[in-house]
Design a protein around this ligand. Structure first.
Ligand SMILES: Cc1ncc(COP(=O)(O)O)c(C=O)c1O
Length: 359
């Protein structure tokens, strides 16, 4: 007997990046932050009293929502805290999109979006990005013509790192008839002032996704949040969210982390400096990267370098360096490389140089 729903039986599921046990591996494959979380996080863990686990945690993470609201100049009714950004994506679908309604996205995009659409049994409407990975001018019109109910857009884009101008984000929210889920998982690594949170006051169809996984070095914690008009937050917060979606320890850690802005901003600056250096040095080896404002680079590997991207991925892996290879249209000759510490990036560069010299 197979009890799976028909659409679940047909789908393949999400493929996570490799997570090796070996501490010696240089891990540049899943866009984690190479620096540790705030010292305030260690302090929370040091002082934590297990006795407090006897009780259920605050159901809506009120204190975290207050802190996030202050950070973004909004009110707590504009914020929902979720188990990673991924839970927000799932909540937006289950709250606002019926099975059979369409979900729009670009191609390429974050590979979890199509999986979540398949789980809800929603047809996917994809539109290819331009050659420079920018959004086609007719994107909103196409989504509207296809009667899309929810549009996913990742900005800075994954897996390219390309950032859209703010005006374009705002125009898109105006033009779309659907909800726009603006996924800002990588926004902390933008090298200039770029604030979209106030846009939710003008657009009641806009949901902004944030996560503590990348900018706050807390991928293992599973904590994210959404910003939107009250009318979008309210049903997710009070109806579709799991009863206690965030455990007590995570809430305390997330509160400490988001309160320590000076510390995280220092890390963001270090990542930006290393991103720029890595990009220049890869260029010197003949490897051109897209214009990234994220904590990764999408690098095009010429055939002349060790027979291309798939081969280079394998050879780096043999040398204990993991990067991401996507066997997908338009990405087959590319590697996505997360920006590591200066030391890790140097090891990557010297491994590539060694392989190029050998070739
Ligand atoms: C584009 C994008 N959005 C959202 C997420 C979700 O992150 P998390 O669930 O760790 O908060 C990720 C994680 O890799 C991502 O790459």
């Amino acid at each position: 007997m197979n009890f799976e729903r028909e659409n679940i039986r047909r789908m393949a599921g999400y493929t996570s990046g490799e997570q090796p046990d070996n501490e010696l591996v240089i891990k540049l494959n899943t866009n984690e932050n190479p620096y540790p979380p705030s010292p305030q996080v260690s302090e929370v863990l040091r002082q934590f009293n297990p006795e407090s686990l006897r009780r259920y945690p605050p159901a809506t993470a009120q204190k975290f929502r207050q802190l996030a609201a202050e950070l973004h100049g909004l009110d707590p009714g504009n914020v929902i805290a979720t188990r990673g950004g991924d839970e927000l994506l799932r909540l937006v679908i289950t709250t606002f999109v019926d099975p059979g309604e369409k979900i729009g996205m670009t191609d390429p995009t974050y590979s979890l979006y199509p999986v979540l659409a398949q789980i809800q049994n929603c047809p996917i409407v994809e539109m290819p990005l331009m050659a420079d990975w920018s959004l086609p001018a007719e994107f909103a019109q196409s989504m509207n013509d296809a009667k899309v109910k929810l549009t996913f857009l990742v900005n800075p884009h994954a897996p390219t790192g390309v950032l859209m101008p703010i005006d374009q984000v705002s125009n898109l929210a105006s033009e779309l008839n659907s909800i726009l889920l603006l996924d800002e998982a990588y926004i902390n690594f933008v090298d200039h002032d770029y604030q979209t949170s106030q846009l939710i006051k003008q657009h009641d169809n806009l949901v902004i996704l944030r996560t503590l996984s990348k900018g706050y070095s807390l991928a293992g914690l599973r904590f994210g949040y959404g910003l939107a008009d009250h009318s979008l937050i309210e049903p997710m917060l009070n109806k579709t969210r799991d009863s206690y979606n965030l455990d007590f320890i995570s809430q305390l850690i997330a509160e400490a982390a988001i309160a320590d802005q000076d510390y995280v901003r220092g890390n963001w600056r270090k990542v930006i400096i290393e991103r720029n250096r890595l990009k220049v040095q890869l260029h010197e080896l003949g490897i051109i990267c897209a214009e990234s404002q994220a904590n990764f680079l999408l690098a095009t590997i010429p055939e002349s370098i060790n027979s291309g991207a798939a081969e280079l991925y394998q050879q780096l892996k043999e040398r204990q360096i993991l990067v991401r290879y996507f066997n997908a249209a338009r990405l087959g000759d590319k590697l996505r490389i997360s920006v590591g510490t200066q030391e890790e990036n140097n090891q990557l560069l010297s491994a590539i140089k060694g392989l190029v010299d050998q070739h």
